[in-house]
Ligand binder design. Structure first.
Ligand SMILES: NC(=O)c1ccc[n+]([C@@H]2O[C@H](COP(=O)([O-])OP(=O)(O)OC[C@H]3O[C@@H](n4cnc5c(N)ncnc54)[C@H](OP(=O)(O)O)[C@@H]3O)[C@@H](O)[C@H]2O)c1
Length: 320
């Protein structure tokens, strides 16, 4: 549900020729933020903050989505219908960034089919991976298969998954970028013990993007990876902001701290996503869900000002 106050705020910004991005920048600088997010779980449209990709200046909405688990489903209507609604709400809110991988079983096939049937393929900012392959030919063949599965002729971001066969697959990604089939190249990992190696690679390779885990209980990326990315102008995607869902069990029966409600979060999920987004090196977060109401919940974390240091500390104290 779109609140009257939010409608007026957004309309006023549009009328004044100010983008939502400018609004976020003003909010970060202590200026005016967006009106509080309405508590209902339906999709809200056009309210997401955006952030810059340093290597080009393109902006992307701060809430993206993952597909691991959530889009690894069968062909029945019972499995696909909720995902149709997950995508509908995602795009209705102004989100675009979708992360997948050829090794997430059928996720690329399911995503490709659902985007195509809703004529959304052209609106999606697709990120996928070179994953579990060795050698140039295998990397090229996997990417061609990915394009077929996603029903597209290009993707926004191609990432070397978990640093596998790094030198060769990075060269494959760069070759595809030169051909115009990929706009950005990146590297990913999902555990803290890999972050030193990831940082060394980012330093050496200077990719457009890196993707790493970061959450209220896994803050290791703050030590080196995130400051390095910021220094080098590398965009950052955050995976596992919910620790693959485990964070919800950790806060079960606990009330959301008042400091987070004051920050505009109306659920733990929004608080966890806002936590990741409130690190200044972070470009976007990619939570995964197959449930429409949870998608709406997650999308609501993408508007309003960032958490202050005190609000971040209050969240850490409440969870850890
Ligand atoms: N190495 C890599 O490159 C790498 C590694 C890991 C992840 N990733 C990417 O990052 C994405 C996100 O990571 P992830 O899927 O591992 O974990 P995650 O986003 O931290 O957590 C996903 C879990 O949280 C639950 N969830 C989602 N929204 C919720 C909400 N609002 N309220 C309560 N529960 C909620 C989901 O359950 P339901 O589905 O039942 O809602 C799911 O079990 C992946 O899908 C993938 O695209 C990349």
């Amino acid at each position: 549900m779109y609140s009257r106050r939010k409608f007026l705020t957004t309309t006023a910004l549009a009328t004044a020729g100010l983008g939502l991005a400018a609004c976020r920048d003003a909010a970060q600088a202590g200026g005016v933020g967006l009106a509080p997010v309405a508590p209902a779980l339906e999709a809200v449209s056009g309210t997401l903050n955006t952030r810059l990709i340093p290597s080009t200046g393109e902006r992307v909405p701060v809430i993206g989505m993952g597909t691991s688990g959530s889009f690894e489903v069968g062909q029945s209507a019972a499995e696909l219908d909720p995902l149709r609604e997950v995508l509908k709400r995602f795009f209705a809110a102004g989100a675009t960034l979708i992360d997948t991988a050829p090794t997430y079983s059928v996720a690329e096939d399911v995503m490709g089919a659902l985007l195509a049937e809703q004529a959304l393929t052209g609106k999606a900012w697709l990120a996928t991976k070179l994953s579990g392959v060795t050698g140039r030919e295998a990397g090229m063949a996997q990417f061609e298969d990915t394009l077929r599965r996603l029903k597209t002729d290009k993707v926004a971001l191609l990432q070397v998954h978990n640093l596998g066969d790094l030198k060769t697959q990075m060269a494959v990604a760069r070759e595809l970028k030169a051909q115009g089939k990929v706009k950005y190249v990146g590297v990913t990992h999902y555990v803290e013990r890999a972050q030193e190696q990831l940082a060394d690679i980012v330093q050496a390779e200077k990719p457009d993007f890196l993707q790493i885990n970061y959450s209220v209980v896994s803050r290791g990326a703050e030590k080196r990876v995130l400051p390095l990315a910021q220094d080098l102008g590398v965009a950052v995607l955050i995976n596992r902001a919910f620790e693959d869902g485990k964070l919800f069990a950790q806060v079960k029966d606990k009330p959301l701290p008042p400091a987070l409600s004051e920050a505009g979060a109306s659920s733990w999920a929004q608080a966890f996503l806002k936590f990741a987004l409130s690190h200044s090196a972070v470009t976007a977060v990619i939570p995964a869900t197959g449930k429409p109401d949870r998608q709406s919940d997650n999308l609501k974390a993408g508007s309003g000002p960032d958490l202050t240091p005190a609000q971040r500390d209050a969240l850490i104290a409440a969870v850890v």
